[in-house]
Design a protein around this ligand. Structure first.
Ligand code: 5GP
Ligand code: ZN
Length: 112
């Protein structure tokens, strides 16, 4: 499968890794839009949030526990944002589920 994030998981494409466990990988976004811009991805290839079902409840709970841990470790007590773009109107460019973790500056709302 020609998926850039699957290639990052396999090690074929390098990344700046922040966290890894059996279910998830967290790495720095190559084109950061905030002082902290991480991508949290499942090791399982899931195309987007539109493909999620009840069978992913353990995975999703785990991913958000990882996010919560990272927020503590990185001292994001001033706040952070989790975003997942789903489909072309939302600006999804990589078809492998990912949560953006954005922090380190005030983030505009609504995002536009
Ligand atoms: P999307 O636009 O799908 O919501 O987010 C995809 C994100 O992946 C973008 O923020 C983009 O900068 C990031 N990205 C794309 N290719 C790579 C890569 O090869 N390495 C890393 N670290 N980030 C990437
Ligand atoms: Zn993939």
């Amino acid at each position: 499968m020609d998926c850039i994030f699957c290639k990052i998981i396999s090690g074929e494409i390098p990344c700046s890794k922040v966290h890894e466990d059996d279910l998830t990988l967290v790495f720095k976004d190559i084109n950061p839009i905030a002082p902290v811009h991480l991508l949290i991805i499942p090791k399982e290839h899931i195309a987007s949030a539109a493909e999620l079902g009840d069978e992913h409840r353990v995975l999703l709970g785990h991913m958000f526990a990882v996010i919560s841990d990272l927020a503590k470790k990185l001292d994001l007590s001033s706040g952070f944002r989790i975003v997942t773009n789903c489909g072309s109107h939302a600006g999804q460019t990589v078809d492998h589920l990912h949560f953006h973790l954005l922090a380190g500056r005030e983030l505009a709302w609504p995002p536009g």
